[in-house]
Design a protein around this ligand. Sequence first.
Ligand code: FES
Ligand code: CO
Length: 318
Amino acid sequence: MVERDHWWPVALDGDVGAAPLPVTLLGEPLVLWRDGAGAVQAFADRCPHRGARLSLGAVVGGQLQCPYHGWRFDGDGRCRAIPALPGFAPSASHAACRHAVVPAHGLLWVCLGTPAAPAPPALPPLPPRRVVHGPFDVATSAPRAIENFLDTAHFAYVHDGWLGAPTHAEVPPYEVTPTADGRPVVPDYPAWQPRATASAQGGAWVRYRYEVLSPFAALLQKQPEGDAPADAYLMWACPTTPETCRVWFVQHTTDTTTPDEALRDFQSAIFAQDRPILESQTPKRLPLCGGEAMCAADRLSAAYRRYLRTAGITFGVC
Ligand code: FES
Ligand code: CO
């Protein structure tokens, strides 16, 4: 499965503290933990001895200790101690299954296979204030969730009175200009929003810029008219399974006055409007080879689907 050869975000960097943290990626249970050097490690959440969940264990002296018989593993996955046999030096074959993990943009990224790219996607310069929303666990596939983020035609209906209104349901013509590596970008998209941000007092015309950063990551930048705050939203989606995902929204804003809590309440309210629709869509995997009707307003969705097909990210749909 080509999806195994990509980097996917699995947790916020700050989520991994003194205790092991269980996460799921592409249906595989993983355990994240910090080794003696403070580096996060990602192992299969299964002890090589008798298959117990390592995430039920503990980090002891910079090593991950299994909850069942106490075998301890170092950051390389090598078993360093078998308490039932004091003085015995375990061989290299007594090893936990270790995966590549790297920190980037405040998240931890794991690749289960052979990395197709050297690192997670890069970001352009963004406003300095950063607020993380989520994670949200969603009962649909990661590409369905990302496609919803790229879709503005639903604003007038799903987010009536917040991000859109049925009186402004039209989607003006817009251009999709892919990057050299084939990622879809919409450089300029005008939209009318009744309440464009948490601090907005009334409706405003907003100019959007959309960029797909990687198969399940996208960036939306808003440049409102006047002196309203400029906002950028990153959406990072982890394919926990081919039909479920875990999503974070990371907001970068020039708004220095609205409290974090108010920004989070706004984003949670928006996502609570999206969630029932997202979870109602069938099939949960994105149909990448036809099967759903398209119109001109959907040209960004169509470009996103072409990009996924070219990258081979299909979850076996085609
Ligand atoms: Fe992990 Fe035995 S199952 S030490
Ligand atoms: Co929405």
